[in-house]
Design a protein around this ligand. Structure first.
Ligand code: WT7
Length: 711
């Protein structure tokens, strides 16, 4: 290549790999913890930082384990003899359900464990005390044990929406030592079936219907798809247990199959009043699987343990969410995601608090709904995602001030939050009285990795904060060298040490577990835990003060409203459509949802581009993955921009879709196609009024480097 100005720039850029992009943000100002909040905080004394200092590892985490009730104490805090399969509190035995339910009965049996708010505002809120929860969990556990004949560590799959039957089902499994695997209710039946097959799970617990946007939608129909998909992957579904959203009524087009499908409310009659002895389980036994996207088609089941996971979410709920038993805590997320498992169900209930669940959309019937719920129920801890905050700010910026509620802490999770949105959350939602914890973590980590202790550490908009207690975070460059703080350079963020919340492995795929999280930086021959840093998959930069800014995923995953969608999964769904030859998924910056998906496809010879083909692609994606993945647009293009080795250059089309710079196209085999696609896509988008506002520097960088790791 000639040494043109552009050539030189490219050369210089190459010195920074994708993960090392320079970051140009300005530093934000600190906000101190609100005084009133700090006075009553669980973590209110700086001594806690000493107790969790690196030299106290691993025993420091006993602080969390001691929050639980054990049937038998452990012999070994951490067994690190077989990295990276670290085991916590080995020899110890416990039951997760006992810890979340039974042990609160004596002191707080008549206090609410759950408050469930249905989507229709006139429908009655359900208050479920710890005593009620105990009864419901025991009855369903008896049914699972005696009717379904499940054994400890069998897998039972749920495909349930945000209803109290979901935590009841989870805790019933936990009581029996059975592994639950909840598939997000919004996912398709096919996605559910594939996950059943992966988990070798032959029992499905679902619901006939649920409310979304004020309408009852058919959910049982997805069970039929799930059974079909599981069968294709070699698993025969034995029983489908169906909760009914409105007791005694059935709202689904799907027929109940004799001998396979059963209404739970009818079966439960036989189990009324039954008590089930909780199974005493080993700490390292499995509590649940949570499937998450990866870069290849096969779903990845994060396998979380009973002792390590439960201790970690309990400890972090106490110190970072600042949960006390008398709080009314509302995590406005779906239990179908890890956030709901850790911070709606297991952490809060282990602490004996009241956890609020809401069935529906944040803006149903209007943008004042969340604040009315908060006012009515006396919510004092509020937890949600930037996508929800952005939406509420957009459609109801003045709503919060109309309602009389008082939050002491508020959480954000799922994506980086823009400082501007953070300030609205702080000022308008929190009324400048609540501490914000920006909690950074992921499905695989069980609980928070980076955040501020709300009563002790000042907040900084846009930064999650320092490493959480006992967590040793480090940013590594491509060669595995530590990038010191304060340099302004980004790299891959990793956890140096084992911690109890980390998943034990990828279900049935130990090699993939090592490949995905350890292969890049670990010395695989070493038996020292220090040689096994866990690679989180995010790019990050650390400021002088030790606070981290998270830049998002480095691998090929598109984060839509806090949900990770695998690029490869989207593309393989598109290619299932007969006419499609090639497909590429790209992220498009969206004001409320963070990112949305756009697809580029080309048709096989002999087929024509048409709206119908585009429609089919969209439908296939919704069928395979779910409505959350529905592409904003499907562009049927004459050809994809490709490198000479035939790889699609996603950053070029991502640039086009976002009206951003497409970067250097000189290495393309077919550079002429770029202008052609740009003309086609951008004129259509102009017509539809889909021209984005100015992108931030960070967004520009993200798009300019999108998909490079697979090029
Ligand atoms: C990815 C994990 C964590 C539960 C919900 C999502 C991004 C998560 C933050 C945050 C910046 C964040 C990361 C991470 N992420 N929280 N506070 N600030 N980014 O779980 O589906 O496993 O996604 O979400 O990119 O890797 P997940």
């Amino acid at each position: 290549m000639a040494e043109t100005a552009q050539g030189a720039a490219t050369q210089e850029e190459k010195e920074y790999s994708e993960a090392q992009i320079a970051v140009h943000w300005k530093e934000e100002e600190y906000y101190p913890p609100p005084e009133e909040m700090a006075k009553q905080a669980n973590a209110g004394d700086k001594a806690i930082l000493e107790r969790f200092a690196p030299e106290r590892f691993p025993d420091c985490f006993n602080d969390y384990a001691e929050m639980l009730t054990w049937d038998k104490p452990w012999d070994t805090v951490l067994d690190a003899s077989d990295p990276p399969f670290f085991k916590w509190w080995v020899g110890g035995r416990l039951n997760a359900c006992t810890n979340c339910v039974d042990r609160h009965l004596e002191s707080r049996g008549d206090r609410n464990a759950l408050i469930w708010v249905p989507e229709l505002e006139d429908d009655e809120t359900q208050e479920i005390t710890y005593a009620d929860l105990h009864r419901r969990v025991n009855e369903f556990a008896a049914l699972l044990r005696d009717f379904c004949k499940v054994e400890p560590q069998d897998r039972v799959t749920f495909h349930l929406p945000m209803v109290p039957e979901l935590p009841v089902s989870m805790l019933a499994c936990a009581r029996l030592g059975v592994i639950h695997s909840e598939v997000f209710g919004g996912f398709s039946g096919t996605a559910c079936g594939q996950r059943m097959a992966d988990a070798k799970s032959s029992i499905l617990v679902t619901m006939d219907s649920y409310y979304r946007s004020g309408k009852l939608i058919d959910h049982k129909a997805k069970a039929d798809e799930a059974i079909e998909a599981a069968r294709k992957d070699g698993i025969e579904v034995d029983k489908v247990l169906v909760w009914r959203r409105i007791p005694g009524e059935y709202h689904s087009e799907s027929e109940m199959v004799q001998g396979r499908d059963f209404f739970i409310d009818e079966l439960l009659g036989d189990y009324r009043g039954q008590d089930v002895e909780p199974e005493s389980m080993a700490a390292e036994d499995t509590l649940f699987l949570m499937y998450t996207s990866g870069t290849t088609g096969r779903p990845k089941g994060a396998q979380h343990t009973i002792g390590g996971y439960l201790a970690y979410v309990t400890g972090t709920s106490k110190y970072y969410q600042d949960i006390h038993p008398d709080d009314v805590y509302w995590c406005f997320a779906d239990i179908g995601w890890i956030t709901g498992h850790s911070y709606i169900v297991y952490g809060p209930l282990a602490l004996g608090t009241t956890s609020v669940m809401y069935e529906g959309l944040p803006t149903y019937p209007d943008a004042g709904r969340p604040w009315r719920i908060a006012e009515k129920l006396g919510v004092d801890i509020f937890h949600t995602a930037p996508t929800t905050i952005r939406m509420l700010r957009k459609v109801g910026p003045d709503e919060p001030e109309k309602y009389d509620y008082h939050f002491k802490t508020m959480t954000t999770v799922g994506e980086p939050i823009e400082p501007d949105v953070w300030r609205w959350y702080y000022k308008v939602v929190g009324k400048e009285r609540a501490a914000i914890t920006d909690t950074w973590w992921m499905t695989e980590t069980g609980g928070f990795l980076g955040s501020t202790l709300p009563g002790l550490q000042p907040m900084k908009p846009g930064s999650c904060g320092p490493a959480c207690l006992g967590i040793q975070l480090v940013i590594l460059d491509e060669d595995g060298n530590e990038i010191p703080k304060g340099t302004g350079k980004a790299g891959r963020i990793c956890v140096r040490n084992p911690w109890p919340g980390r998943m034990l492995t990828v279900w049935g795929q130990d090699d993939r577990f090592i490949d995905t999280y350890y292969a890049k930086y670990s010395d695989q021959n070493s038996k020292e835990w220090g040689d096994w840093p866990f690679m989180c998959g995010d790019g990050a930069v650390q400021a002088d003060d030790g606070y981290f800014r998270i830049l998002g995923r480095i691998d090929d995953v598109i984060n839509v409203a806090g949900h990770r969608l695998g690029t490869k999964e989207l593309e393989s769904a598109a290619i299932e459509v007969d006419e499609i030859a090639e497909a590429a998924a790209v992220p498009v910056v969206d004001e409320t949802r963070g990112k949305i998906v756009e697809m580029y496809v080309s048709v096989k010879p002999g087929h024509e581009a048409s709206d119908e083909v585009a429609q089919k692609v969209s439908q296939q994606i919704v069928k395979d993955i779910g409505a959350i993945a529905r592409p904003k647009n499907v562009w049927v293009v004459p050809d994809m921009p490709k490198t000479r080795s035939g790889k699609i250059m996603r950053r070029v089309i991502a640039g086009i879709s976002n009206f951003a710079d497409v970067g250097d196209t000189s290495t393309l085999a077919n550079p002429e196609v770029v202008d052609e696609i740009r003309e086609q896509v951008q004129s259509a988008k102009r017509e539809k009024g889909e021209v984005p506002q100015d992108l931030s520097a960070k967004e520009k960088e993200e798009i300019a480097t999108y998909g490079e790791s697979s090029e």
